[in-house]
Design a protein around this ligand. Structure first.
Ligand SMILES: Cc1ncc(COP(=O)(O)O)c(C=O)c1O
Length: 421
């Protein structure tokens, strides 16, 4: 048995079957630094995928902040502590639209669970809407919105999933999407559940990040407002400056959500997430549910989150995302291959969509071969979208132009050696 086979067997025995791994031959990563990862054999990989290590793997300032606070105190929010308040002040300073109160939790799933319940608390209703090709997390409530594995017993009757935008196949300035949302709201109201909230990733990341024009959601926002519902922006993926032009995806798309959820990149890998809401929304939730989360907002988490935020600012990583992301798009658009249907993205979140040559039928098997080929050549990335036919490239934020050059050169080589179907 090879080392990899032995590890996989040990995982199956100890963790149970079907624990997901990336790649046909999973990678055993043992060390990270900046945009680089090393496997157990000492091989170095360019990380073009991991947004959690937002300011770079093992950033020394974040590591030091975690270590210092862990060596001083770690309790929970039933004791008074400046850490959570200092962070909440800094974080809410990054938001407009009166998004000025914060609840800290430990995962994006928890944040979205709370956000959906905020919708219930504000409206007294339970109807939820999301897109039909997304993932917002894994609690019992949130997984009702996930389309990857439909819930046992089917979707709850208070859930509606509207068609996700696809700018390549069905260009839409936003009116068609808004019409679907309006129809879903009407159905929820007619069914007696009523409409509580619409939850969206403002970059539609899991949907394959279609190239949406600014203002795309304007008509939808109006529909939601008229119906008295709550608009939740799930910023777990686009947040913290990844898109390069703004700190938050909803700013880039130009709309004002009632609630924002954040997670993954928030503390550079330390498990922290949060819900940011207007005071009236937070108050309605606290009155309806109360809430305590043993680990959410503990001093170590807050130190990690604050250090991450400070590094983003100090190292100019939002501007870096804008400049390096633009360079990456330019270089990728210069690639010539009959199966490239689209190159799109914003900041350091971009990709290439592959279809059958000459038509728009997704080519997921070809994209799997590319992902595997890139991994063999030392570049880690993955795929996304309804057809699973778009390369998903979402590296740590200190990604440089030299890193882009290596990514594109490697992709060129892998394209040349991968047979077309
Ligand atoms: C858009 C989105 N929201 C929420 C989540 C859930 O976050 P977590 O895995 O931290 O629970 C994910 C995870 O992939 C996600 O992609």
């Amino acid at each position: 048995m090879t080392d990899t086979e032995a590890l996989l067997a040990r995982r199956r025995r100890l963790l149970g079957p079907n624990v997901p791994t990336f790649y046909e031959e999973p990678v055993q990563i043992v060390r990270g630094e900046g945009v680089w990862l090393w496997d157990a054999d000492g091989r170095r990989y360019l990380d073009c995928y991991n947004n959690v290590a937002h300011v770079g793997h093992c950033h020394p300032k974040v590591v030091a902040a975690i270590a210092a606070q862990a060596a001083t105190l770690n309790t929970h929010t039933r004791y008074l502590h400046d850490g959570i308040l200092d962070y909440a002040e800094r974080l809410t300073g990054k938001f407009g639209h009166d998004l000025s109160t914060v609840m800290m939790v430990c995962s994006g799933s928890e944040a979205n669970d709370v956000a959906l319940r905020m919708g219930q608390a504000m409206t007294g209703k339970t109807g939820m809407i999301a897109t039909d090709n997304t993932y917002h997390g894994n609690t019992a409530l949130v997984s009702q919105l996930s389309t990857r594995r439909p819930p046992i017993g089917g979707y709850a009757p208070n859930v509606r999933l509207v068609p996700s935008p696809d700018t390549l196949r069905a260009p839409d300035g936003g009116t068609t999407f808004a019409a679907h949302v309006a129809q879903a709201i009407a159905e929820l109201e007619a069914s007696g559940h009523g409409f509580a909230s619409l939850m969206l990733c403002p970059f539609f990341a899991n949907e394959g990040f279609p190239a949406l024009p600014k203002g795309f959601l304007d008509a939808t926002v109006e529909v939601v407002r008229r119906a008295g519902g709550i608009l939740i922006a799930d910023e777990v993926q686009p947040g913290f400056g990844r898109l390069g032009t703004h700190w938050w995806g909803h700013e880039a798309l130009g709309f004002a959500p009632d609630v924002v959820t954040i997670g993954k990149p928030m503390a550079n890998g330390h498990p922290v997430a949060a819900v940011v809401a207007r005071p009236d929304v937070m108050q309605a939730f606290r009155n309806a549910f109360g809430y305590f989360n043993t680990f959410g907002g503990n001093p170590v988490s807050c130190a990690a989150a604050l250090a991450t935020l400070e590094v983003i600012e100090a190292e100019g990583l939002v501007v870096n995302a804008r400049e390096v992301g633009a360079y990456a798009l330019e270089r990728l658009r210069a690639l010539r291959h009959p199966m490239i249907a689209d190159v799109r993205g914003a900041g350091l979140f971009f990709g290439v969509e592959f279809t059958e040559a000459g038509n728009l039928t997704p080519a997921p098997d070809f994209v799997i071969r590319l992902v595997e080929g890139m991994r063999r050549h030392g570049v880690l990335l993955n795929k996304i979208g309804r057809g699973a036919n778009t390369l998903k490239i979402r590296p740590p934020m200190p990604f440089s132009r030299e890193n882009v050059d290596l990514l594109v050169q490697t992709l060129e080589a892998v394209l040349a050696e991968t047979p077309m179907p």
